[in-house]
Design a protein around this ligand. Structure first.
Ligand SMILES: [Zn+2]
Length: 77
């Protein structure tokens, strides 16, 4: 075993404790960034037949109503 003074042992203990906390914070930050999902651009549609509002992909010019199946144009806001 390596002989170490009591003061040095306390400092090493505290530094190792801080290193564990920093590593846990870094790991948590990486995990949060990996789980973030960017929202896709969407258009708001309102069905002309049943009035049901719904979202669909921005690139679509017409989207089918999930309730009644009628094709609708996106709403202008
Ligand atoms: Zn509808």
């Amino acid at each position: 075993m390596i002989p170490v003074e009591a003061g040095t042992a306390v400092v090493l203990y505290l530094l190792s404790f801080l290193a564990v906390i920093a590593a846990a914070g870094l790991y948590n930050g990486i995990r949060r960034r990996a789980m973030r999902v960017e929202p896709k651009p969407t258009h708001i549609f309102r069905c002309a037949r049943c009035g049901h509002p719904y979202l669909d992909a921005e690139e679509l010019e017409h989207a089918r109503c999930p309730r009644c199946g009628m094709e609708n144009e996106p709403q202008r806001i």
